[in-house]
Design a protein around this ligand. Structure first.
Ligand code: PLP
Length: 497
């Protein structure tokens, strides 16, 4: 299978070349030229399998230049016993009626990013061996909190790689910050940026095409790649869990094979929900993909009107990993919905860059609305949802998941659509203890992060993940803060160039 760029269809790479490169030289994103099909027969054959086996079956359809041995090596190491706190890796659990959650936060850093970032280092090192065997890979990451930690953990001490993470200095939760600044490993580096996530993401994108850096990299046999969801290797592992969730619903007797499900995803950079769209296009019976946003509701407006306009106020919310106004992966969706029109995509991405706004034609909008619905809620509604979901159904969700639960409830109330639902649960509640605790009680006694963790635990009895509890005793290693203009210099410094 060939991979083409959303801005230049004539580029044809293997999957390992696309993963090693991360982003196409003209700025486009790599996508598979065709979408492999999953027949009902095939889905049926996946139902009795465990997560690792399901993953191998799905991934081999996309990563066609990986040998069976290579895929076995990657997948078995990524999801091996002991890495995830559920033997099912990503369990699908009932919340109420026909509403289910798929818990994607059972991995080492307690957010859904682990689902992809435990696998990506294996995919990337195997890819690099094929695509550019003599180069050391430098991973650059812009993070709204969870990707950074998951990528650091995934790439820590992976031979022949260096990883550098940039995060918005005031844009992450205290727990997220501590997770990153205390990161262990010889090949890791972390830097805070004065600005928001979009600034960090734009800064990273600019470094990829910075001429001075490019020359220094060539001279030193270094090559960039990305661990953000612009990298296909980040996206493809995420397709697996939507197929797996469907198999789980059938296995649990909640639907019959062939029945449809709805999928609700708390969305920021549009990576997670795009993976669900790929699953749908492959043939998983999905009726609607429901895109849930927080107060940064640029995607809600886009899906409802066809106008994407990032010229609006940016809010820092209780769900920081969704505080994004430029959702990179939308580019891939627009490419697919426009019947792979690379000129159209280049054009609107140019408009976005120069004016911050674009509008898609009617045909694209109607294709968009065939598959997607959208909604949003603010922090107050998010907290109310955390409290209600806990009190009514005894399920404690984090702030991001709560946005999705809120939008799911709204969608059901507005449409009367009772199709069984799977909501992506994207983080463990203890990553956002302060917000979750203050959602449950008006009378928070603690002032520091770890007392809040304890207080939340006493109040609910929900166990605290050891990875988070143990941060209490660690000292931060990385305290640097820089401006976004200084990012290229920071990169060169960190690499000793
Ligand atoms: C990253 C993240 C999201 C948003 O996912 P995208 O793929 O960027 O849309 C939602 N919730 C949590 C907890 C996250 O870490």
């Amino acid at each position: 299978m060939k991979y083409i760029s959303t801005r230049d269809k004539s580029i044809g790479l293997t999957s390992s070349q696309a993963i090693a490169k991360g982003i196409s030289s003209e700025g486009g994103l790599f996508v598979p030229e065709t979408i492999p099909e999953l027949s009902y027969e095939k889905i049926k054959s996946l139902i009795p399998l465990d997560y690792i086996q399901r993953a191998k079956e799905i991934l081999k359809l996309f990563l066609t230049d990986f040998s069976a041995d290579e895929l076995d090596y990657c997948v078995e190491n990524a999801y091996k016993e002991g890495k995830f706190s559920s033997e099912k890796v990503a369990p699908t659990v009932s919340v109420y009626d026909n509403v289910n959650l798929i818990e994607l936060w059972r991995g080492p850093t307690c957010a859904f990013k682990d689902m992809a970032l435990q696998l990506l280092p294996y995919l990337l090192t195997v890819s690099a061996k094929k695509a550019c065997p003599d180069e050391k890979i430098v991973i650059l990451v812009a993070t709204s909190g969870d990707t950074g930690k998951a990528a650091l953990e995934g790439f820590r001490d992976v031979p022949n790689t260096e990883i550098l993470v940039f995060y918005p200095v005031d844009g992450v939760s205290p727990m997220q910050k501590l997770q990153m600044t205390t990161q262990e490993g010889e090949n890791v580096n972390v830097c805070a940026i004065k600005g928001n996530f979009d600034d960090a993401q734009n800064g990273v994108k600019a470094i990829f095409t910075n001429k001075e850096i490019e020359e220094k990299f060539k001279a030193n046999s270094l090559a960039f790649s990305s661990a953000n969801s612009i990298n296909w290797g980040r996206l493809v592992p995420q397709i697996v869990y939507y197929v797996s969730a469907y198999c789980d619903l059938v296995e649990q007797g909640k639907i019959e094979l062939g029945d449809k499900m709805n999928v609700v995803v708390p969305t920021g950079n549009f990576g997670n929900i795009l993976a669900a769209f790929y699953a749908k296009e492959m043939g998983v019976p999905i009726k609607k993909l429901i895109c849930a946003s927080n107060a940064n509701n640029v995607l809600t407006d886009f899906i409802n009107t066809g106008v994407y306009d990032k010229n609006r106020q940016f809010y820092m919310t209780a769900s920081p990993s969704m505080d994004i106004l430029i959702s990179s992966n939308l580019e891939r969706l627009l490419f697919l919905l426009s019947d792979m029109d690379d000129r159209f995509v280049s054009d609107i991405m140019n408009q976005l860059k120069t004016t911050g706004r674009y509008e898609v034609p009617k045909k694209v909008l109607s294709a968009l609305q065939d598959s997607f619905a959208a909604g949003f809620c603010d922090d107050e509604a998010t907290k109310k949802t955390i409290k209600e979901t806990y009190e009514k159904y005894n399920y404690l969700c984090d702030t991001h998941t709560a946005v999705a639960v809120n939008v799911a409830n709204d969608y059901i109330a507005k449409t009367g659509d009772r199709t069984p639902m799977v909501i992506a649960s994207t983080a463990n509640p203890y990553k956002f203890s302060k917000s979750v605790l203050s959602a449950l009680t008006d009378d928070v006694k603690s002032t520091d992060e770890f007392s809040m963790v304890d207080e939340l635990n006493e109040l609910t009895g929900v166990p605290v993940p050891v990875q988070l509890a143990s941060l209490k005793n660690k000292t931060p290693r990385f305290n640097n803060v820089s401006s976004k203009e200084e990012m290229p210099k920071v990169v060169l410094n960190m690499l000793g160039l």
